[in-house]
Design a protein around this ligand. Structure first.
Ligand code: GTP
Ligand code: MG
Length: 170
């Protein structure tokens, strides 16, 4: 494509997995050790150059606390892309990520570009979720997978860029 486009992207995942931290790293190049838990959702935008196109990502960073679950459809409805985030140090957050995958498969836009992010990969000594297990799950479910670290700035730009590349017409 020779053009510019806007695309809505939603981040989903258990509380504390690092959704806000990934967005803050991507949009502002910053990281906070004591990032506050999100209330409701937060909005950001960032423009990327992908081949000869410009993609403006309109990013909804949702709140992972269970009491906000019912709000999630407002943010994933109409989204072109989603990043489902788990914490590699917490198996429970990987199980929660699988639930999000199922929910999107049932209720989301069928053409949604979906990424699975195993965040906090800087904490390898506390790992509970094997890379191979997550990779296999992602392949079975048509997601693309990356381990990321918002703290160490590993694969953060890459995952957003990969999404932008895979969007139709981008
Ligand atoms: P909710 O808004 O409650 O859903 O949480 P969240 O998914 O937005 O997580 P948040 O970004 O608030 O991060 C939770 C905690 O994990 C914070 O203390 C962050 O500093 C920390 N954190 C986030 N990403 C990383 C990472 O890549 N590595 C490490 N070591 N800590 C991280
Ligand atoms: Mg948050």
């Amino acid at each position: 494509g020779n053009n510019s486009m806007n695309a809505k992207l939603v981040l989903l995942g258990d509380m504390g997995t690092g959704k806000s931290s990934l967005v803050l790293r991507f949009v502002k190049g910053q990281f906070l050790e004591f990032q506050e838990s999100t209330i409701g959702a937060a909005f950001f935008s960032q423009t990327l150059a992908v081949s000869d196109a410009t993609v403006k990502l309109e990013i909804w960073d949702t709140a992972g606390q269970e009491r906000y679950h019912s709000l999630a459809p407002m943010y994933y409805r109409g989204a072109a892309a989603a990043i489902i985030v788990y914490d590699i140090c917490r198996m429970e957050s990987f199980e929660r990520a699988k639930k999000w995958v199922q929910e999107l498969q049932k209720q989301g836009n069928p053409n949604m570009v979906t990424a699975l992010a195993g965040n906090k990969c800087d904490l390898a000594d506390k790992r509970e979720v094997l890379t191979e297990e997550a990779q296999a799950y992602a392949e079975e479910n048509g997601l693309f997978f990356m381990e990321t670290s918002a703290k160490a700035a590993i694969n953060v730009n890459d995952i957003f860029y990969e999404i932008a590349k895979r969007l139709p017409h981008a």
